[in-house]
Design a protein around this ligand. Structure first.
Ligand SMILES: Cc1cc2nc3c(=O)[nH]c(=O)nc-3n(C[C@H](O)[C@H](O)[C@H](O)COP(=O)(O)O)c2cc1C
Length: 190
C-alpha cells in the first residue's frame, strides 16, 4: 500500500468563517488512510520582502518552512479575489519558494493538489489556474485533475460547516485518491 504520506494544507483565506477553510477541513476529514493532512497556518507570515531574508529570519517563515519540509506533499486551498490569487496565499507561496537559513526552498520537489471554493459561479477556476502556473514555474508536479471548483459555496455546506453536497464530496474523494498515487509517483526519493 502507498503511504502513509503527510500533506501540508495551505488555506488562502484568513477569514474566520471561510468557505475554503471548511473545504480544507472536509479534505482533512475525508483523507484516505494513506494521507495525513494538517494545516500549515500562513496568517503570521510577514509581507514578503527580500530584506527579511537574513538572520534573524522571521519566526513565522522558519516555522512554516519547517512544516513544509517535513511534509511529503502540499494541498493548496485557494479562494479567488478579483479573478486572481488572494494576496495572503501568493505571499505564502513566495516565501515558501525561497531557501532560508534552515535549508532549501520548502516547496522544493513537493507534489501539489489544488482545490478552492467561492460563493460565485466560477469555482475559483481562474485563481487555481494562476496558482498552477506559479507552481509549475517552480517545476513542481501539480495534480492534473479532477478539478475541485466549488461553486455557490453556501449551498454545499450545512450549518455546522460540514461539506454535504454529494457531487462535491465525490469530486473531493476522487482528487484525494488520485493524490495518493500522484505523491507515490512524484515524491522526492520516490
Ligand atoms: C476583494 C475581493 C474580490 C473578490 N473577487 C472574486 C472573484 O473574482 N471571484 C469569485 O468567485 N469570488 C470573488 N470574491 C468573493 C469571494 O469568493 C468570497 O469573499 C469568499 O467567501 C472568499 O473565500 P473564503 O470564504 O474562503 O474567505 C471576492 C471577494 C473579495 C473580498
Amino acid at each position: 500500500m502507498a503511504g502513509p504520506y503527510t500533506v501540508a494544507a495551505i488555506c488562502g483565506s484568513l477569514r474566520r468563517d471561510s468557505w475554503n477553510r471548511k473545504l480544507m477541513n472536509a479534505a482533512i476529514a475525508r483523507a484516505p488512510a494513506a494521507l495525513a493532512i494538517a494545516e500549515v497556518p500562513i496568517g503570521d507570515l510577514p509581507l514578503f520582502n527580500e530584506d527579511l531574508e537574513r538572520d534573524p529570519w522571521p519566526d513565522a517563515v522558519l516555522a512554516a518552512g519547517a512544516a513544509l519540509r517535513a511534509a511529503d506533499a502540499v494541498l493548496v486551498v485557494t479562494p479567488e479575489y478579483n479573478a486572481s490569487v488572494p494576496g495572503p496565499l501568493k505571499n505564502a507561496l513566495d516565501w515558501l519558494s525561497r531557501k532560508t537559513s534552515a535549508g532549501p526552498a520548502p516547496m522544493n520537489g513537493k507534489p501539489v493538489a489544488l482545490i478552492g471554493a467561492t460563493p460565485g459561479l466560477m469555482g475559483t477556476a481562474r485563481a487555481q489556474a494562476q496558482v498552477r502556473q506559479a507552481l509549475q514555474n517552480l517545476s513542481l508536479p501539480v495534480l492534473p485533475g479532477p478539478n475541485v471548483f466549488v461553486t455557490q459555496a453556501a449551498t454545499r455546506f450545512d450549518d455546522s460547516g460540514a461539506l454535504t453536497d454529494e457531487m462535491t464530496l465525490k469530486m473531493l474523494d476522487t482528487l484525494l485518491e488520485r493524490f495518493v498515487n500522484w505523491i507515490e509517483r512524484n515524491r522526492v526519493g520516490g
